[in-house]
Design a protein around this ligand. Structure first.
Ligand SMILES: Cc1ncc(COP(=O)(O)O)c(C=O)c1O
Length: 444
């Protein structure tokens, strides 16, 4: 289990500690340093996030601030090189160690390492026997992967609207959508804020449904007194390049012991034995195919990165929270900005910092706001285009744009600001100053 009190390690490839070009910054403004050093090394220093000072003249930063670059250190490089020299590249001892360390971290008995979160969600649906004729209820406020995998097993995705504060799936809307064909609910912990699991699980119990958790954003996160990933629900994490922990591409599945026992062969062709247990001394060449499984296994190269990233996760998490507090403090008084929430009974993983613009206080909309940030050298993103607006889902299921008004009305006014442990205090100040400059320029 993770704890919130830890020393912060930060990459020295941030602008922190570098001198700014002479004469380039106006007094009171901080300029980001160069980014010529591509690789992070670690030092046990927590750079203090300086609160932005009020300034009369806004001067944009000189280099583009990428939305979410990975923070990879020498440790990862050494561990990957060690794997490359080891004669064992695919699923093997490091993958097993990563599974065990990850399980211990989230408080699970065991875990199954895969090559993506998408693979985890697909494997979960298949291992639970969900298929043609079944319905699976989920949210439109997610990346398409959550819904695509429901199509992959031949089931019908049934989308329902989200709650206005967290933008997580709304349990009341789930209740209205349950039919005799419903087999499962896929709850996405949007942006790292856990969905309302008690209410969702009560509906699942009453209607004999599975709950699958899409925890792509939720590492580390807690709902009430449980860590996401520690329970019996099949739960899929993502280690994609932008995620809170990255292996380049990768994922992890947790759940009950019985579930993992069923899921493990599904992730490797449905075979009874993986390569290590066949090729290692004393292993047997024989294997059987128990089901037409997938090729979703993680490699030891990915696991090498994961082992290092996992050791740094508490530090990454602490740094994310520090940046969120700074954003909150800086934006709190602005009528034009609605800030992301953290309900009192959860611990947010803060994968994303999603700002929502208030149309009545601004003369520009979301798209122009993003263009203005780009012009100020600040990278952003939007999470997400609601799934029912994508042509495939719109046309296949005949969705109308207004079928999920909470998702759509929030999508239209949302943007995600940079939030990652690589941001230096001057990067954070640059983001804040750019946002406030746009708000003040375009205030109604
Ligand atoms: C909510 C959500 N679910 C699932 C995924 C898929 O993750 P992966 O790329 O590891 O398959 C993503 C990816 O960004 C996501 O944001």
């Amino acid at each position: 289990m993770y704890s919130s009190e830890s020393k912060v390690l930060t990459g020295s490839n941030t602008a922190e500690g570098r001198s700014t070009p002479a004469g380039s910054a106006a007094p009171g403004l901080r300029r980001s340093g160069d980014r010529t050093a591509p690789i992070a090394t670690y030092r046990e220093v927590a750079p203090r996030v300086r609160r932005p000072t009020s300034s009369t003249t806004y001067v944009p930063r000189q280099t583009f601030l990428a939305f979410s670059p990975p923070l990879v250190g020498e440790e990862e490089i050494h561990e990957v090189v060690d794997t490359l020299r080891s004669d064992w590249l695919t699923t093997g001892p490091k993958t097993r160690r990563f599974e065990q360390d990850f399980a211990r971290y989230v408080g699970a008995n065991d875990a199954l390492a895969l090559n993506s979160c998408t693979a985890g969600l697909h494997t979960a649906l298949a291992a639970l026997g969900i298929g043609p004729g079944d319905e699976v209820i989920t949210t439109p406020m997610t990346f398409a992967a959550t819904v695509n995998v429901i199509e992959h097993v031949g089931a019908r995705p049934v989308l329902v609207d989200v709650e206005p504060d967290t933008l997580n799936i709304d349990p009341l809307a789930i209740e209205r959508a349950i039919s005799p064909r419903t087999r499962a609910i896929v709850a996405v912990h949007y942006s790292g804020h856990p969905a309302d699991l008690d209410a969702i699980e009560e509906l699942a119990r009453e209607n004999d449904l599975f709950v699958i958790e899409d925890a792509a954003h939720a590492l580390p996160a807690r709902y009430k007194n449980r860590t996401i990933g520690s329970g019996r629900n099949p739960t899929a994490f993502s280690f994609y390049a932008t995620k809170n922990l990255t292996t380049g591409e990768g994922g992890m599945l947790t759940g009950s012991d019985e579930f993992l026992e069923r899921a493990r062969p599904f992730s490797l062709h449905g075979m009874t034995r993986d390569a290590l247990s066949r090729y290692a001394k004393g292993g047997s060449w024989r294997y059987e195919i128990l089901s037409p499984g997938f090729k979703y296994n993680m490699t030891d190269i990915q696991a090498a990165m994961g082992l290092c990233q996992l050791r740094k996760l508490e530090c990454f998490d602490a740094r994310r929270r520090e940046i969120v507090e700074t954003y909150h403090d800086a934006f709190a008084g602005e009528d034009a900005l609605e800030l992301p929430v953290e309900r009192h009974d959860v611990r947010h993983a803060w994968h994303l910092y999603v700002l929502r613009l208030r149309a009545d206080a601004l003369r520009i909309g979301r798209d122009q706001f993003i263009d203005e940030l780009t012009a100020r050298n600040i990278g952003t993103s939007v999470h997400f285009i609601p799934v029912h607006l994508h042509p495939y889902y719109r046309d296949r299921y005949g969705y109308d744009e207004n079928d999920f008004p909470v998702a759509v009305s929030n999508f239209e006014r949302m943007l995600s600001l940079p939030l990652n442990p690589r941001l230096s205090s001057s990067d954070v100040s640059d983001v804040i100053e750019a946002v406030l400059d746009i708000v003040h320029t375009y205030r109604r």
